[in-house]
Design a protein around this ligand. Sequence first.
Ligand code: PRT
Ligand code: MG
Length: 213
Amino acid sequence: MTLTIALSKGRIFEETLPLLAAAGITPAENPESSRKLIIDTNLPDVRLVIVRASDVPTYVQYGAADLGIAGRDVLIEHGGAGLYQPLDLNIAKCRMMVAVENGFDYEAAVKQGARLKVATKYPRIAREHFAAKGVHVDIIKLYGSMELAPLVGLADAIVDLVSTGGTLRANNLVAVEHILDISSRLVVNQAALKLKYATIQPVLEAFASAVPA
Ligand code: PRT
Ligand code: MG
C-alpha cells in the first residue's frame, strides 16, 4: 500500500532526514534544488509531498497524505481536526514569544488596560495568550516579516517564533514574554492509521526510536 508523507522544505525537511533514515527511507531528490512537489524515495511504495509548512495538517486531515510533520505552532492554529498526533519529534525547536520595540514599556501598556495592537501570523495562539492574561488586544494578521510591524507603527507588539534571537536583535526588538515551547510533531490521518496500520506502525516505531534527545 502506498504511503504518502507530507513535509515542508527547509528546517523541517533537513531535521526529518535522520528520522526517515531510521525508517529506511531515503528521498530520491532534494526538494531544495528540485522543483518537483512529489519526491520518490528508495522504497517503491513510499513518496514525499512537499507543501507549505502551514498546509501540512490540511493535507493529512483530508487524507491527501497519510503522515506529515508540522510545528506545534501550525497544529494549534490548524486546530488538529482529523489528526492523530502520536509523537513529539523534538525537531525544529523554538519558542513562541511576545516581542516589542526596544524602549517600549510593555508592562505599563498592559497595566493601563488600553487595547494592545498585536501583529502575528498566529492569531489563535495570540488571542488565547492575551485572553488568559485579561489583556484586551486587536490582532493584526500578517503572513510574514512580523518584526517590521512595531518599527513602522502597525502594532505595539508581535507574537512570533524565536530561535537564536538574531532576527529580534537585528530589528531592535526585545522578547518580553514566553508563550510556548515549540517543536515539530508527527501527524497521522486517523482513517489511514486504521487502513494502513501494517505500513504505518513500523514507520512510527522507527521515528520514535530516532527522536533526538
Ligand atoms: O517560510 P514559510 O512561510 O513557507 O512557512 P514557515 O515559516 O511556517 O516555514 P518554516 O520552514 O520557516 O518553519 C517551519 C516550522 O519550523 C515552524 O512552523 C516552526 O514550528 C519551526 N521553527 C523553528 C521556526 C523557527 N524555528 C524560526 N526561527 N519557524 C520560523 N522561525 C522564524 C521566525 O518566525 C523568525 O522570523 O525565524 C525567525 C527567527 O529566528 P531567529 O533564529 O533569528 O530567532
Ligand atoms: Mg519561514
